[in-house]
Design a protein around this ligand. Sequence first.
Ligand code: C5P
Length: 298
Amino acid sequence: MTQRLELAAPAKINLGLEILRRRPDGFHDLNTLFATLDFGDTIVLESQGDRAITCHVLGAELAADDSNLAVRAARALQRQFADAGGLAITIDKRIPMGAGLGGGSSDAAAVLMGAPLVWGIDVGAPLLRGLALALGSDVPFFLMGGVALAGSRGERLERVDIDLPWHVLLVNPGIHVATPAAFASVGRTGERTASDLRAALSAGLADRTTLRAGLVNDFEEAVVAMYPELGHIKRHLYEAGAFFALMSGSGSTMFGLFETREDAERAGTHFARYWTKVAAFGAAHSSASIASSIDRSE
Ligand code: C5P
């Protein structure tokens, strides 16, 4: 009997990202607000025999080998569970890569959540979170989705219960920013004080103009210095009517926030040269809804 499961692997943006300090282990402690969008990749998981793991990627040049985080997520589960089976992974890739939108991390989290259901094995939440962090600093967030405040490398997570009624225009010029290089170019040596991003976001719901003072991305200056085109895009987002614009993650996607979907779409027409996408903020995942979507066929 083949078990088949289709999962959404949403993109994220960072509503503020502060690099607090460099740690002895080489990682950096962060203070960031993650928020998933209602746009992303689609992942189909199907059981197969012999513990074989195969991966088919539609819509992008992405290796289907062990360099692919989704494949590594499946292998990490197999290492832990002797009764894990084989898995055929199909990724419909819509999230641009190396773009600060968490595409690879989201795909990996979808496999971590979905493969145990396909195989009929029970993986406890603490083990799942540990496997997620071993795959990448952003992966634990995608196990929950929604809006969350993150500390440490990104794995100390606290849900933020806030409804964001805004519309997001994503603009990506196809520049691939390597995250380690972005950290290196920021060159954080001393300590930085964490600001209250949750308060800044709440205040922004009442008065959008306060967001510019409250939500910054510490990567932005250094990455914009490397790729000045990103600075032009940010200015252009404001000129096109965004009430707030910022870089997501270590770039290269710039996002603008708008009051209405029509405003975001109209602004998008100013960026015809680039990849653009209008999205809304997405809801947190519910493991119950993931489990109920499993499809059993003989
Ligand atoms: O965890 P992830 O594989 O996404 O990290 C990629 C690289 O980014 C790390 O090797 C490290 O150089 C840098 N990084 C960091 N601090 C973090 C997250 C990532 O220095 N919190």
